[in-house]
Design a protein around this ligand. Structure first.
Ligand code: C2E
Ligand code: MG
Ligand code: MG
Ligand code: MG
Length: 281
């Protein structure tokens, strides 16, 4: 496995040590063929209704299966954001999300939506909408079953362009989610100015709420109430404990996602989970 050491820019791949620039070269030299060879795998993490605890959706999270070693997004997404390859990968993942939903619907599984992360780079592409339309045409899935996630930091940097993008994808029928809320310099202005359908509380925000964080809890409670009044649903990311789940349920959070329920899973394992819950015959 290709691992980054926390305090240095040294990577391990195939029992060899690489520095950051060698790591970058390895990734960049292999990314195009990796896409063609389907080395990128779209994993799924369930989203659970906080009251019924049933699966209501899933988030698509990409992994790179490089020579049988699973490489995590933190190892390559930042690089792809720099070299622009992320725009291709994001369209690949979106296409898979449509396929997955199409399959679940045809098999009669009851799963409302699938979330897909969309890089900020896409906002600057003039043919973003055309690319999306091509994907829509390839599938028989209503776009309202797809939720596009944009990260909070984009909102702050490119408020105007993001607003236009949201309006365009809304016209195509997609929902939009604001990811990682509370991770950066969140501003209430973001909530007010942008027409999101869903807000995802960042996992560090959720984590800190653990013990003795009365103020933190009040802030989360306030955001959830504000979302309700704006008709925005709240998803808590990174829910790891029963205590977190119960607190979030108590203050009206709608959906929970996190290791408490499940890690992101390969498609076939996720399907088994659905099968187990819904007992499809
Ligand atoms: P994200 O969109 O905020 O996704 C949630 C991350 O939190 C995932 O990490 C997930 O595995 C992790 N997570 C979920 N529940 C828990 C929990 O209970 N505890 C802990 N500690 N972690 C939890 P992952 O899969 O490593 O992805 C990291 C980031 O990479 C994502 O953060 C997203 O920003 C980016 N990413 C992943 N797939 C894609 C993609 O297809 N396109 C783009 N543009 N970005 C992606
Ligand atoms: Mg996300
Ligand atoms: Mg994200
Ligand atoms: Mg997130």
């Amino acid at each position: 496995e290709c691992k980054k050491h926390s305090n240095s820019d040294i990577y391990i791949y195939d029992d060899k040590l690489y520095n950051a620039s060698q790591h970058q070269s390895l990734i960049e030299s292999r990314m195009e063929t990796a896409l063609q060879n389907h080395e990128f795998e779209v994993y799924l993490q369930p989203k659970h209704d906080i009251v019924t605890e049933k699966i209501v959706g899933a988030e698509a999270l990409v992994r790179w299966n490089m020579d049988g070693k699973i490489i995590m997004p933190d190892e390559f997404i930042p690089l792809f954001e720099e070299n622009g390859f992320i725009t291709k990968l994001d369209m690949y993942v979106l296409d898979h999300a449509f396929s997955y939903m199409e399959e679940w619907q045809s098999k009669g599984y009851c799963i409302k939506q699938i979330n897909v992360n969309q890089s900020r780079m896409l906002m600057y592409r003039s043919n973003y909408m055309e690319d999306i339309k091509k994907i829509i045409k390839r599938h028989h899935v209503d776009t309202s079953a797809i939720v596009l996630e944009v990260t909070e930091s984009v909102a702050l940097e490119d408020m105007e362009i993001l607003k236009e993008t949201i309006q365009s994808v809304h016209q195509l029928g997609f929902e939009v989610s604001m990811d990682d809320f509370g991770s950066g310099y969140s501003s209430l202005n973001v909530l007010q100015a942008l027409p999101f359908d869903e807000l995802k509380l960042d996992r560090f925000f959720v984590k800190d709420m653990g013990v003795d964080h009365e103020k933190q809890k009040k802030i989360i409670q306030y955001i959830i109430e504000l979302n309700k009044s704006l008709n925005v649903r709240t998803v808590a990311e990174g829910v790891e404990t029963k205590a977190q789940l119960e607190f979030l349920r108590g203050i009206g959070c709608d959906i929970a996602q996190g290791y408490y329920f499940s890690k992101p899973l390969p498609k076939n394992e996720f399907d088994k989970l659905l099968e187990k819950e819904q007992g499809n015959e």
